[in-house]
Ligand binder design. Structure first.
Ligand SMILES: NC(=O)c1ccc[n+]([C@@H]2O[C@H](COP(=O)([O-])OP(=O)(O)OC[C@H]3O[C@@H](n4cnc5c(N)ncnc54)[C@H](OP(=O)(O)O)[C@@H]3O)[C@@H](O)[C@H]2O)c1
Length: 307
């Protein structure tokens, strides 16, 4: 089977496709023939910033072709999606059943990788901000896969005003189409009227203006892999708070809640209340181009690879 690998850290050009032995599913695992593979910012950063090469992956969707010993709840031939961090950029990927779920008949594999994980992160981050209907919400990295879904959760959750913050004004039409009332660009001198909730998917140096965008009593949800520091004085003068959010913790510690959210999210997708925007679908051989799109910060929605 074909898989993506790299031998030294660097830019997208270090990625190449090679032949590799088929992986074997262990206890509790499914072997999935991938029909869609999501490219995520954490994976792109791993290639660029990691200390040494490591297996690449993220969300995948496809058909179950084998089950590991004692794996229940799934059968060969099932259409599934799940997480394959250790080897997901491949024709065949091993997915642990704890992260796997069925893909409904009305959805494609591309829909599944664009919606499930990104949408659950967006939903979880939105809820972590404890938004009350009528409050205002600002989303950074608003055109990313997670950000585009977060805008919709804010809009559908009754926000009085939804502000999209992006790195490039060329993304304005895209984020307005997902429910943003206003669009700000990171470097703008003002981000407009203060907001009650910020959902931050960028971190780093952007945390300072993101905190300054908060109204008194505001909440900033930090869910990015970008790290960064917050000036406590800026919180004090606003009586504001910062809340960390990691979806993996909910999936691990509250599996029933995670499954319920996933079902509700599919229902919202089926009824058209929620869209899962896709920037582009590329063949696996174009993996370097896929990473370059995300690293170059030009994508509007999910970047997807198809083996
Ligand atoms: N907490 C969790 O459980 C969890 C899970 C998954 C993902 N996340 C986070 O959610 C955020 C969005 O991820 P995603 O997979 O949805 O992204 P994505 O679809 O791959 O979108 C990438 C976009 O993110 C923005 N961005 C922010 N910081 C960036 C950076 N350092 N380098 C390049 N682009 C950057 C860029 O848009 P702009 O230039 O317009 O900002 C870029 O176009 C990431 O910070 C990721 O770490 C969190």
């Amino acid at each position: 089977m074909r898989r993506v690998r790299y031998e030294k850290n660097g830019g997208p050009e270090v990625l190449f496709v090679e032949q590799a032995p088929e992986p074997e599913p262990g206890p509790g695992e499914l072997l999935v023939r991938c029909e869609a593979i999501g490219v995520t910012l954490p994976a792109v950063r791993k290639v660029r910033e990691g200390k040494e090469p490591a297996p690449l992956g993220g969300e995948v969707a496809g058909t179950v072709v084998a089950l590991g010993p004692g794996t229940s709840g799934f059968a060969v031939g099932d259409r599934v999606t799940g997480l394959a961090f250790a080897g997901g950029y491949a024709e065949l990927a091993v997915v642990h059943r704890a992260t796997a779920s069925h893909v409904p008949a009305y959805a494609t594999a591309v829909d599944a990788v664009a919606l499930v994980r990104s949408g659950l992160v967006a939903r979880g981050a939105h809820r972590a901000g404890r938004p009350v209907a009528g409050e205002s919400v600002l989303v950074t990295a608003a055109a990313s896969a997670v950000g585009g879904l977060a805008l919709q959760y804010a809009r559908n959750g009754g926000a009085s005003r939804v502000v999209a913050a992006v790195g490039d004004p060329a993304k304005a039409d895209f984020v307005r189409g997902l429910g943003a009332d206003e669009v700000v660009v990171y470097g703008d001198a003002s981000w407009g009227e203060p907001v009650d909730v910020v959902l931050d998917g960028v971190g780093g140096a952007l945390l300072a203006p993101a905190v300054r965008a908060l109204a008194p009593g505001g909440r900033l949800v930090a869910f990015s892999s970008g790290g960064g520091s917050v000036d406590a004085f800026e919180l004090l003068v606003r009586s504001a708070s910062v809340i960390g959010f990691q979806m993996a913790a909910i999936a691990r510690d509250q599996p029933e809640r995670y499954a319920r959210w996933r079902e509700e999210q599919w229902e919202a997708f089926r009824s058209g209340v929620l869209r899962a925007p896709v920037h582009v679908v590329l063949p696996l051989a174009d993996v370097a181009r896929a990473h370059a799109l995300v690293e170059g910060r030009v994508n509007c929605g999910k970047v997807v690879l198809v083996p």
